[in-house]
Design a protein around this ligand. Sequence first.
Ligand code: S3P
Ligand code: PEP
Length: 437
Amino acid sequence: MAIKNIRAASAAGLHGHVVVPGDKSVSHRSVMFAGLCNTPVRITNFLRAQDCMSTVKCMQALGVKVEDKGDSLFVCGNGLHGLKEATRVIDAGNSGTTLRLMLGILAGQNFLTTFTGDPSLSSRPMGRVIKPLGKMGAKIVGRQGNSLLPITVIPAATALKGITYEMPMASAQVKSAILLAGLYAQGITKVIEPYPSRDHTERMLNAFGAKLVKEGNCVSIYPAENLEAPEYIEVPGDISSAAYFIVAASIIKGSDVLIKNVGMNETRTGIIDVLRNMGAAIEVSNMRKSSGEPVADLRVRYARLHGTEIKAEIVPRLIDEIPVITVAAMVADGITVISGAQELRVKESDRIKTICNELGKLTDALTEKEDGLIIKGGSIFKTAQCDSCNDHRIAMSLAVAGAAGKGVIVDHAECVDISYPEFYTTLEMLKNNSQGE
Ligand SMILES: O=C(O)C1=C[C@@H](OP(=O)(O)O)[C@@H](O)[C@H](O)C1
Ligand SMILES: C=C(OP(=O)(O)O)C(=O)O
C-alpha cells in the first residue's frame, strides 16, 4: 500500500463512533517501566503499532520477557538492576521516544548497548539527551560528535550522579531520559523545563513507587532501590490519534462523531483548547480515570471555525497535532498564526517544511516561518498527489484534508502503521455511515 486514494466525504459528513487505539506515549512507558520491575505486569489496550513494538523488541533484547496474549501484553522483568547485555545491535526503528528514553535507562548500566534506527531516526538530534546524561557521568558516543545514530552506551566507570538541568527546549523525551537516569544516580536529579511537557513518566514512575517532587516547571527524582509495578496497567486511548477525527468532524459539514475512551491528561489536551477557541463543538462526557490517567468520551459536531493564534506556551500540549490543526485552520475563516513550534523541524520529518510542501499542494494558504506557520483560512482545496515523506502524522493530516476537500492521493501512505494501523479503515467507516445512524 504505497499509495492511498482518499475520496472526499459525502454531503452527509462523518457519522458513527470510534474507539481510538491505546496512547503511544503511555504504551512505551508501560512496557519500559514494567520491564524494570521483578513481578509480572499485565498491560491492556497496549498500542500494537510499529513504534511501540520497537520498544517491546528493545526490552526483549535486554532480557525482559514480553508476551502478547491477544487481549493483554504480559511483561516480566528482572528488577531495576536486572537488565542484561544485548547480544546484537538494537534497532529503535522510527521511534524517538524509544531511543531517548532507553538512553536514560541504559546510561547507568554496567554493560554496553549499541543502537541503530531507520533513516528518519538516524537524522534526529540525540545530543539533547547525550549531553545531560554525560553531565551525570554517562559515557555515550555517537556519530557527528555524539549527536546522531548509531549510538553506543559504554559502561560508566563510576555511578551516575544527580544533576540540576535546565532544559533548552520543552521536551518530554529529554525530561524522561534524565529522570530515568536519575533512578540510578547518587543524589537528587532535578529537571527544569521552559514550559510543561507531557507528564506520563512522572505519573507512572510515581505509581511504581519512585519518589518524585514537582514544583512548577521543575521536577526532581530520588534514586530508587527498586520499582514496584501495579498488577495491571490500562492504557488510555490516544488523544493524538483522536485528533484526526476531532478535526475531520469539526470541518466536514453534517458530521456528528463520538470518540470513546480518549486520554484527557491536561499536558496533552491543547488541541481541544485550540479548536474550542476556534469555535469547534466538542462535548466532553463520562470523565473517569484509567490507571492514573484521566479519560473521557468526546462528541464532535461540525461547526464553523475561525482563525486563531497558537503560541510557544501551548505548543508542548499539542506538538504532534500541529499538522492536523493546520488542516482545521485551512478551512477556518481568517488567519491562524502558529509560533514557537520550531521543535517540529526535528520530528519524523521537518514537519514545518513537509506541511508547507505537501498540504501546500492542496491550497495556497500556507506560509512557512522559522518557528511555525501562517495559514490563510477559507481557502479553496484542490486535489493533488501528495507525499507523506514517511511521516505518519503528515499522512493522516493529508487524508483528513482530502476527506474535507476534493480528495487526495497519499504517497508512502503505509507509514500510519507507526502510530495508528487502523486509521484509513476507521476514516472510511465514518465516511460510509449514513446520517443519523
Ligand atoms: O515523550 C513522548 O512520549 C513524546 C514526546 C514528544 O516529543 P518531544 O519530547 O521530543 O517533544 C512527542 O512529539 C512524541 O510524539 C512523544
Ligand atoms: C514525534 C513523534 O514520535 P517520536 O518522537 O517518538 O518518534 C510522533 O509520534 O509524532
